[in-house]
Ligand binder design. Structure first.
Ligand code: CA
Length: 310
């Protein structure tokens, strides 16, 4: 009898203990899509990870004020079969079409690929959408990945810092240089220096920075008919590798430290114009990333992911 009970207990145990698979990482991306090409492959990666069950892409916030950015985000999400992922935009929008930026790919994506979000003015306000998405999530669960300016994040912090403290597990930021910015502030931190100061000094959860010194180069193997290929063709030229930053913090945000070291023992401090410096000892829960895996290998890992679904 005892052995039968034991057998039943073992059988039940086998049934109720599933193979352990990490839960999808709940993700919100904040992007300056329009400004540089690398937000497009980063957003494509997030969509691929969403399809694989590695991430749950809750929403995408656009922090450029033109019309074309939100439509370009919808192009990428639609291409990867997630046409209804919520998209918020920094308000007020200014009616521009990203023409102030060097690689004017975003309006081209809108012309060439299916999507149904007309532009930034048709998208909900980013701060309101952040609050709605965060409020619906479990406490300390959401990873926010900042790939552009910190303007939306500053607005969110001003609106409801307590919600951020409750719902966000950590903020991953492409911005700054480590251990310090050199002759000029890093691009993203310089987009809105006052917002950068507020967010870096006051964000109430752990923050991990991926600096301007961390980049990979790839692109020429991406040859499908989708928006990543088109973006690279406009930004880099067909069959040419280009330098990319945003793909690294995005990869890290979902796959954690597998290919990265988190450098701790200090905090990020923002100075004039978005200049930054890593200052010890730590006064905030900050870390910055270095690559464990060599940059050519890291480039290949990410490029392989995108080649498989370009
Ligand atoms: Ca970016």
């Amino acid at each position: 009898m005892l052995s039968i009970l034991s057998a039943v207990a073992v059988a039940v145990t086998l049934v109720v203990v599933p193979a352990t698979r990490p839960a999808p990482v709940p993700l919100i991306i904040d992007t300056d899509i329009c400004a540089a090409v690398d937000d497009v492959p980063a957003l494509a990666m997030a969509n691929l990870m969403h399809s694989r069950g590695e991430a749950k892409l809750l929403g995408v916030m656009v922090d450029t004020r033109g019309e074309a950015g939100a439509a370009a985000v919808d192009v990428v999400n639609t291409h990867y079969k997630h046409p209804d992922i919520p998209i918020g935009a920094l308000k007020p929008t200014d009616g521009s079409t990203c023409e102030q930026f060097a690689h004017n790919y975003a309006p081209e994506l809108g012309k060439k690929f299916p999507h149904d979000l007309r532009g930034g003015s048709a998208a909900p306000d980013a701060t309101a959408l952040y609050r709605e998405l965060l409020a619906a999530q479990p406490d300390r669960s959401v990873v926010v990945v900042s790939l552009g300016s910190t303007t939306n994040l500053r607005n969110l912090l001003d609106a409801d810092a307590n919600l951020v403290r409750r719902k966000v597990s950590r903020l991953v930021v492409m911005g700054g240089q480590y251990p310090r910015s050199t002759t000029e502030p890093e691009f993203n931190f310089a987009l809105d220096p006052a917002a950068t100061t507020r967010v870096v000094h006051d964000w109430p959860t752990p923050v991990v920075f991926s600096g301007g010194e961390l980049s990979v180069s790839f692109g020429k193997r991406i040859a499908g008919a989708g928006p990543v290929t088109e973006t690279f063709r406009i930004g880099f030229g067909a069959g040419v590798d280009g330098e990319l930053w945003d793909v690294l913090p995005l990869y890290y945000a979902v796959h954690g430290g597998e290919h990265f070291t988190e450098v701790r023992g200090g905090s990020n401090r923002i100075g004039a114009g978005g200049a930054n410096e890593w200052v010890s000892p730590a006064t905030r829960d900050h870390a910055y990333l270095t690559l464990v895996t060599g940059t050519p290998d890291m480039a290949r890992i990410i490029e392989d992911m995108l080649v498989s679904a370009a």
